[in-house]
Each structure stands twice: as C-alpha cells, then as structure tokens.
Design a protein around this ligand. Structure first.
Ligand code: CIR
Length: 261
C-alpha cells in the first residue's frame, strides 16, 4: 500500500445482496475435511445471517437458490460492489464461472448498465480476494485470482479514482480467509499477514482465525472463535456471534455470503 497510514473509516452500508443456498450446496467445493454440510441447518444459518445483517441496519435482498451452481450461496466471489459501480468477476473456479450471469441480472436492479464492469478471461478474480480499505483495493493473488485479473481490476477501479495493489496468497483459499479490515485502521490478521510489509501501517489484531465482518460499527464473528471475539470486543466494538458451521465445511468466510454497499 502507499506510504500513508490508512486511518480509514468505512462508509456505512445500506444494502446487502444474498442468495439462499441451493440443495446442491452439499456438493460445493471444499478442502476443509469437515464433512458434508447439512442442508436444513445451512438454510437456518443463512436466515440467521440475514437477520444479523438486518440488525446492522441493512436492507437485504435475497435471491432464489440456483441449483445449477452448488457454491452460488457465496455471492461475494462472482461480483464486487462499490458505492458507485459494480464489477462482475471471472471466478477462477471453473464450476463457479456460470454464477456471474445471475449476479449481473441481480445487480442491474441496483446499478445502471454502464456502471457494471467486468473481469474477463484470461483474467480470473474472486471477490474473496479483494479487501477494500477506503478507496484502495488489496488484491490477493491466489489459486482463484491471477495477475491478469488483478491487473484488470486495478485498471477498472482507477477509472473511479480508486487504487489497487497485489499481495501473494499462499495456503489459504482467498486473501480475506486470512485477514479482515474492520475500520479506523484496525486490521484483523492471521499469522502469514501479521508481518507483511504491505500492512505495516495498520493497527493489527493478530488472531488464529479472522472469520469476522464489520458492518456499520458492529462486528459479526462466527461462533466458536472466542479469541477473535474477545480481542475485537476489547477494542470497543459490539460483537454479534453468528452460527456458521455448515459454511465452514465449504471453506466459507462470513463476508462471502453477502455483497454489501
Ligand atoms: C469455494 O471454494 O469457492 C466455496 N466453496 C467457498 C467460497 C468462499 N468464499 C469466500 O469466502 N469469499
């Protein structure tokens, strides 16, 4: 990141877009080794997640399940949203590339066509690899996001006066699997990112698991990671714990179940 400390507060969010899990969710991609998700429980946890978003003041749009795409509940990956534009990505996971058509349709309700941008082949990019802090995007180069995809995103955001930089991601699914930005310069990080020069100017909260999500001053944290919850509470944030076991079975992060703007 550029030299200046990023003492950024997030703009508050008013909208969220989610998609109900489909039955084929149980066949979603995973490396987690935690067993197959229970569909009924996944539905319940999804509803609890929606309620948590609403309690943070968001208006939540819920799309119908899409049985063609087992991972389609993870709406954060096929699109990115910013206050004034959206980007339809080109997911690196082949089985997820078709999710983009549905996201495009959904986002046309909120953004004019000329404000819906695209990442295209040979570029690949998934939203889980993009951490936005103020007007800067940190873009993870992972098994899902390649250099060309990151380059296209940087070109795109520059049109809107934003900037971007790339970070190598190893051994985890996405950049945001390993870190989460809260606000006011607070960055929740796991081991590999704690000493990373790119994040030097942040106030870092080092934890074992960074599965949390800042929304309008409140932080959602998945159930079962007390260390993360306590460290975030110690900073003064109100925390809501969210049951998430069925999505962990598919390598999901809390942010991946919604787009927020
Ligand atoms: C996948 O492997 O693509 C899904 N099973 C999980 C995606 C999670 N996405 C995210 O955390 N942004």
């Amino acid at each position: 990141m550029q030299s200046d400390p990023v003492r950024q507060s997030n703009t508050s969010f008013s909208q969220a877009l989610t998609r109900r899990p489909c039955r084929n969710l149980v066949d979603g991609i995973t490396k987690a080794n935690l067993g197959k998700p229970n569909y009924q429980k996944a539905l319940e946890q999804h509803q609890t997640y929606i309620e948590a978003l609403k309690s943070c003041g968001l208006t939540v749009t819920v799309l119908d399940p899409d049985e063609q795409f087992p991972d389609s509940v993870f709406v954060e990956d096929p699109a990115l949203v910013f206050p004034e534009f959206a980007v339809i990505t080109n997911p690196g996971a082949k089985s997820r590339q078709g999710e983009t058509a549905g996201m495009h349709d959904a986002l046309t309700r909120f953004f004019p066509n000329e404000a819906i941008e695209r990442i295209s082949a040979p570029g690949t990019l998934e939203g889980g690899d993009v951490m936005t802090v103020g007007r800067h995007c940190f873009i993870g180069l992972s098994g899902r996001t390649n250099r060309e995809g990151a380059y296209q995103l940087i070109q795109t955001v520059q049109k809107y006066g934003m900037s971007g930089s790339v970070i190598q991601v190893k051994d985890i699914l996405h950049l945001k699997t390993g870190l989460t930005y809260l606000d006011n310069n607070h960055l929740v990080v796991t081991g590999p990112f704690a000493g990373h020069p790119e994040f030097e100017s942040f106030d870092k909260i080092e934890v074992e698991k960074a599965n949390c999500l800042w929304i309008n001053g409140r932080v959602l944290v998945i159930e079962g990671i007390p260390e993360t919850k306590e460290k975030i509470e110690a900073l003064g944030y109100p925390v809501t714990e969210v049951p998430f076991s069925e999505y962990l079975k598919l390598d999901g992060g809390l942010g991946c179940l919604s787009l927020r703007w």
